[in-house]
Design a protein around this ligand. Structure first.
Ligand code: NAP
Ligand code: G4F
Length: 362
């Protein structure tokens, strides 16, 4: 039975990856950090699984990382999914983000090297945020006519131009992964994953913030006998939606609605992580859908799926959610992963939005 260690098992991706590895009959060692509240809600269904062992450790503590690796030197695969992964938070807590998201990766790579675990394959969760404000271009449909609109995209060749402490920490970890691959012969691969979401997404990322709000709002309407037709007759003021003075619901407050993201389903992306570690040679791969949509488009599909066409009345654009620097446009090209790994995303953008809304309604 193959053994895999997952740093970050309690996160969105960690939970999907653990499901996948258990299906493939791995023994899973999941690392969780000590916190005063229970963080295992996403892995509740598997903590008692006979092939799962939860161990305590913090990726910022090199000592605890090396002890975990030492106890599991027979691990075939190590996945580093642990991070302070919220971009906006990284502007407020840059040093913490650096320690976890940047230096944490180094602690694992150095541990694998010190313990000479050269048979263990390592996965680093790199991010499309590393591209920041950069993209490459090619003309659409017709290579010869430069008057045609250009297509903007990012792939493994696109230069990084990071726009946040989070992205800069991810770049450091990414380069460190390459260094340990080339300098110390580790089988270390990095997946440059574009945004991926799903019902297990943290509630302060924009997609889940939207679908969670819609779920709560529709439940409030049902409780207060508002019929589907009545949704359009609700009254609003600057900050609230109301039935009567006493029955109010706060509007959804968001920041930049014009950012473009290439959004896919997290479950599909975890499969790509695993596929990377099944290769004989380590390498870096972009994982994405190749489509890009604005936050506004996400809102439209999400609200439409519960019968609300004029959603603008229910949303407030609040500068509090603007970032000191923004990433305006992300759209990946995963031709390499398609060709070398045989990976393709299985869910469309519309499937994803509807799946998230439906789950938050139930
Ligand atoms: P997530 O839900 O925020 O999960 C992060 C995980 O890291 C959680 O399990 C968290 O534990 C753990 N963690 C945080 N600090 C830690 C520490 N000091 N020591 C040990 N564990 C720690 O993130 P995700 O969406 O699953 O993403 C997984 C990875 O992929 C992250 O590295 C993220 O940066 C990267 N990534 C994500 C996306 C995306 O769109 N989701 C795209 C590209 C790259 P707690 O539960 O205790 O907080
Ligand atoms: O959902 P977001 O916070 O995701 P972001 O910043 O793209 O980062 C996510 O994807 C990265 C991969 O590209 C990961 F590496 C990273 O760990 C994380 O998973 O924001 C998406 C967009 C941004 O442009 C943001 O400014 O939505 C915009 N936005 C508008 N209003 C908002 C909000 N974002 C959040 N979180 N909250 C808002 O109210």
């Amino acid at each position: 039975m193959k053994k895999a260690i997952i740093f970050g098992i309690t996160g969105q991706d960690g939970s999907h990856l653990a499901d996948l590895l258990l299906e493939k009959e791995y023994q899973v060692i999941g690392v969780t950090r000590r916190v005063s509240v229970d963080t295992t809600s996403r892995i509740k269904h598997l903590v008692n699984h006979e092939n799962v062992t939860i161990v305590s450790g913090d990726i910022t503590d090199a000592h605890s990382v090396i002890n975990i690796l030492k106890d599991h030197q027979d691990a075939a695969e190590v996945y580093n999914l642990a991070a302070q992964s919220h971009v906006a938070v990284s502007f407020k807590q840059p040093a913490l983000t650096w320690d976890i998201t940047g230096k944490g990766c180094l602690n694992i790579l150095q541990g694998l090297t010190d313990l000479q675990m050269t048979n263990t394959k390592f996965y680093q969760a790199s991010s499309s945020e590393m591209f920041g404000s950069n993209y490459d271009t090619r003309s659409q449909d017709n290579d010869f006519d430069s008057r045609l609109p250009v297509e903007k995209y990012q792939n493994e060749e696109t230069k990084f131009l990071p726009q946040s402490p989070y992205a800069i920490s991810k770049c450091a970890a990414h380069y460190m992964t390459r260094l340990y691959r080339e300098g110390y012969g580790l089988h270390a691969s990095a997946g440059i994953l574009f945004n991926h979401e799903g019902p297990r997404r943290g509630e302060n990322f924009v997609t889940r913030k939207i679908t969670k709000w819609i779920g709560d709002f529709i439940k409030w309407c049902i409780t207060n006998d508002v019929s589907p037709k009545g949704l359009h007759d609700l009254l609003t003021n600057d900050n609230e939606i109301y039935i009567t003075e006493g029955l109010k619901f706060p509007k959804l407050r968001l920041g930049n609605l014009d950012a473009y993201r290439d959004w896919g389903f997290a479950g599909d992306y975890c499969e790509a992580m695993w596929m990377m570690l099944q290769q004989d040679e380590p390498d870096d791969y972009v994982i994405c859908t190749g489509e890009t949509h604005t936050v506004r488009e996400f809102l439209s599909i999400a609200f439409n799926s519960v019968g609300i066409k004029e959603w603008e009345d229910f949303v407030v654009v609040d500068p509090e959610f603007y970032r000191p620097a923004e990433v305006d446009y992300l759209r990946g090209d995963c031709s390499k992963a398609k060709e070398k790994l045989g990976w393709t995303p299985k869910h469309t953008f519309e499937d994803l939005v509807k799946m998230m809304v439906m789950r938050d309604l139930s």
